[in-house]
Write a protein that binds this ligand. Structure first.
Ligand SMILES: Cc1cc2nc3c(=O)[nH]c(=O)nc-3n(C[C@H](O)[C@H](O)[C@H](O)COP(=O)(O)O)c2cc1C
Length: 214
């Protein structure tokens, strides 16, 4: 007999997290965990759920890829006129969540997003595969479109236009750099008594590290 949804559960036994074993700097701790996720060949280790809030105070989420960890910021790239882009223009507060199921770990980050300098976006754009660069130019991300054919036609004609040329980054596409004020590292434990270590940014620039109840 097929299991019902409520019957699906597993015990988490792969690791533990203590105040003393975690780095006092949450960025170093994050890098350690990301490295492990990459080494352990977790599927899409850089994928993160990004939450933004509308002008009406309604949250929404979507997955994007972390592309750079630079000067204490988490950087991802997207369309500035997308739904998330429009929400961030009105409210720059954001949260990022990494879930590494294979390691029974999650990391939540809260902070503020700002657009990256054009040069950072240009540099990353130039490293993207040719078709992704064309796609970024023609896709009105998050807008209603009539059909897939419409987008395929736009792609084909844009590709023709840029043949043999350096594809220019469109102004409505680029990076957001997220400056964190809170991190939470979560390690699943037995009997749902999980470990949660929270870091919050203090006015003097230091990080306060505490344990949260599971
Ligand atoms: C694994 C994965 C990675 C993704 N990476 C990105 C990304 O880096 N940038 C992006 O704009 N969308 C990415 N997407 C698509 C987004 O989830 C989303 O559909 C898109 O950005 C539009 O979101 P919005 O309408 O909420 O703005 C990714 C989706 C998945 C499942």
């Amino acid at each position: 007999m097929e299991a019902t949804i409520s019957d699906i559960r597993q015990e988490y036994k792969k690791g533990k997290l203590t105040e003393s074993s975690t780095n006092d700097n949450p960025f170093r701790q994050f890098e350690e965990w990301l490295d492990e996720a990459i080494k352990q060949k977790v599927n899409e280790p850089t994928a993160m759920l990004v939450a933004t809030v509308s002008a009406e105070g309604h949250p929404s989420t979507r997955t994007v890829l972390l592309k750079e960890l630079e000067n204490g910021t988490f950087i991802f790239f997207t369309n500035y006129e997308s739904r998330k882009g429009r929400q961030l223009a009105g409210n720059p507060y954001i949260s990022l969540s990494f879930v590494w199921h294979e390691l029974e770990r999650q990391v939540h980050i809260e902070g503020k997003a700002e657009k990256c300098p054009a040069k950072v976006s240009d540099n990353y754009f130039s490293t993207r595969p040719y078709k992704s660069r064309i796609g970024a130019r023609i896709s009105p991300q998050s807008q209603v479109i009539g059909s897939r054919v419409q987008i395929m036609k736009a792609f084909a004609s844009e590709a023709l236009k840029w043949m043999g040329k350096e594809i220019k980054r469109p102004d409505n596409w680029g990076g957001y750099a997220v400056t964190p004020t809170r991190f939470e590292f979560w390690q699943g434990r037995e009997s749902r008594l999980h470990d949660r270590i929270q870091y919050t940014l203090q006015p003097d620039g230091s990080w306060e590290k505490v344990r949260l109840a599971p």
